[in-house]
Design a binder for this molecule. Structure first.
Ligand SMILES: *Cc1c(COP(=O)(O)O)cnc(C)c1O
Length: 500
């Protein structure tokens, strides 16, 4: 076996060739790839050159270009900045295992720590506000961390209140800990959560059914403070308040001022509740400064009052999968949950006097990829200005698309907030939800749009009917060029339907 690099194999060239290509592979290409997959491991192996040929000719053409091209608007995928791609190749080549802080052996944990501090600076958080910070595999994993810490916290609070002495879920398990401190269960109080919150609730033993919606009837993404307080007062459960910042279907934020966040904080302090913010893609709004973004910026005001925050780096930060991050206020509590205490040889870092925790004691994994490096490289290369410019382009494109839809005779912009058009546009972040006025077009709208293969949108449901959703998240967005393409496609789809 000899060492080889992507450049020698010409694989980097393949990426350049994708410009102008279709976003999705054709049925034929997919079928070809499927039938050429190696049916079983071969005794001797195919060897390097045959395998490279197979990858290049059969597998690569059947991958989609969601990240490569700027016009994929499905889910929220982001792309990969050039410097993040380069750094990710270094990560693979040097294959560091970033689980224990070993300052005499590798700089990796210090780079990770610096990258996390730079992220906090980017997001305008104080340098010491988040002592429990770590990279994760994504926002789902960060939500698991948030709920696991919240679970530990609300039980410790209940034990303190009922003078039961320290009760620790990490050691006792959830059932015994709940019994000891006299709680029925843990409940998650939220408004329109991301689906991964239910998964995180399941993994942490809190349970999907514990999720209780406390939204306002006419604005389900906002908290009904009266209802929230009424539930917190019951005190029969431990409570985690989960804030959707922002909501994935509409891009709307659950809170809209520091005063509102402070009110939540005071309420939660009073009842020993934990506040977790899911800011997977909403968090980055904190880099925006211009007055035209004040409305959405307010959705992140005061989130430093939370106990924990979820962020995604493989979305708007435009680094490769998989990379999320987690910011928490309670590091000692986190070590109760995540401490990997059984293997003494792994705890070398714990005696080090520097403040860097061994990642294996504050997060889910033991062995971990050096996923901090692409974040470090990208923040270093583009700085605060670069990220602000990138996000401004994305918001401008989203607002351009929304404006076009508002004025179009065949489409409706959603949700139909009862405010004037300019206010509606001001509340657009990077997501545009809409549908066709005509039911028969609307039924297949996503299919027609995606059939062009030039842009791609996600389908969803809104108030009981199908709806279509743009999520703008690629670093390569060019507002004029991309708006032209999007509006051409939407016009073409509407016109074809009127002639059908
Ligand atoms: C995407 C997303 C998630 C899940 O993120 P993954 O990175 O896919 O794990 C969670 N919450 C919100 C709000 C999201 O947008």
């Amino acid at each position: 076996m000899q060492r080889v690099y992507a450049a020698e194999l010409g694989l980097d060239r393949l990426l350049e060739l994708s410009t102008g290509a279709d976003l999705l592979p054709s049925k034929e290409v997919l079928q070809h790839a499927r039938s050429s997959l190696i049916p079983a491991i071969s005794k001797e192996g195919l060897g390097l050159s045959n395998t490279v040929k197979h990858l290049k000719e059969d597998v690569v053409p059947a991958l989609n270009l969601a990240s490569q091209l700027p016009n994929y608007y499905g889910f929220i995928t982001g792309g990969v900045t050039p410097v993040a791609a380069l750094a990710d190749n270094i990560v693979t080549a040097y294959d560091q295992n970033v689980q224990v802080h070993l300052p005499e052996e590798t700089i990796a944990t210090e780079v990770e720590d610096r990258a996390l501090r730079m992220l906090c600076e980017l997001l305008d958080f104080g340098p010491t506000e988040w002592p429990h910070k770590t990279f994760t595999t994504g926002a789902t994993a960060s939500n698991v961390l948030g709920l696991a810490c919240g679970r530990e916290f609300v039980i410790a609070e209940a034990a303190r209140r009922t003078k039961k002495g320290p009760v620790n879920v990490g050691d006792l398990g959830l059932a015994k800990a709940l019994r000891l401190c006299g709680l029925d269960d843990i409940r998650i109080l939220t408004t329109v959560p991301h689906s991964s919150l239910g998964k995180a609730a399941s993994i942490t033993g809190i349970g999907r059914d514990s999720i209780t919606l406390v939204g306002l009837p006419n604005a389900p993404h906002k908290f009904d403070m009266t209802k929230l307080q009424r539930i917190l007062q019951e005190r029969t459960s431990g409570y985690i308040v989960a804030i959707s910042c922002a909501e994935v279907n509409t891009g709307l934020f659950a809170t809209s001022s520091a005063a509102e966040m402070l009110e939540l904080r005071e309420l939660c302090d009073k009842y020993g509740a934990w506040i977790h913010v899911d800011g997977a893609f909403g968090l980055l709004v904190r880099v925006l400064e211009d007055h035209q973004y004040l409305n959405i910026r307010a959705g992140c005001d005061g989130i430093q009052f939370a106990d924990s925050i979820t962020g995604d780096a493989h979305k708007l930060l435009n680094v490769p999968y998989d990379c999320g991050f987690f910011l928490g206020k309670h590091r000692a509590l986190a070590e109760n949950v995540f401490r990997n205490s059984n293997a003494a040889y792994l705890n070398v870092g714990a005696t080090d006097t520097s403040f860097i925790a061994s990642p294996l004691n504050i997060g889910i994994e033991n062995s971990r990829r050096f996923r901090a490096l692409p974040v470090y490289a990208s923040l270093t290369a583009y700085g605060r200005r670069g990220y602000r410019d990138m996000l401004e382009r994305q918001v401008k494109l989203a607002r351009g698309i929304a404006r076009f839809i508002l004025r179009h005779s065949e489409y409706d912009l959603l949700p139909n907030l009862e405010v004037d058009d300019e206010r509606r546009l001001d509340s657009i972040y990077i997501i545009v939800l809409f549908r066709a006025k005509d039911d028969s077009l609307n039924k297949d709208l996503v299919k027609h749009v995606n059939a062009t293969k030039k842009i791609y949108v996600s389908g969803t449901a809104w108030t009981g009917a199908p709806a279509c959703r743009f999520a703008v998240s690629n670093w390569q967005v060019d507002v004029d060029r991309d708006l032209q393409l999007v509006t051409d496609v939407l016009d073409r789809v509407a016109l074809a339907a009127s002639h059908a």
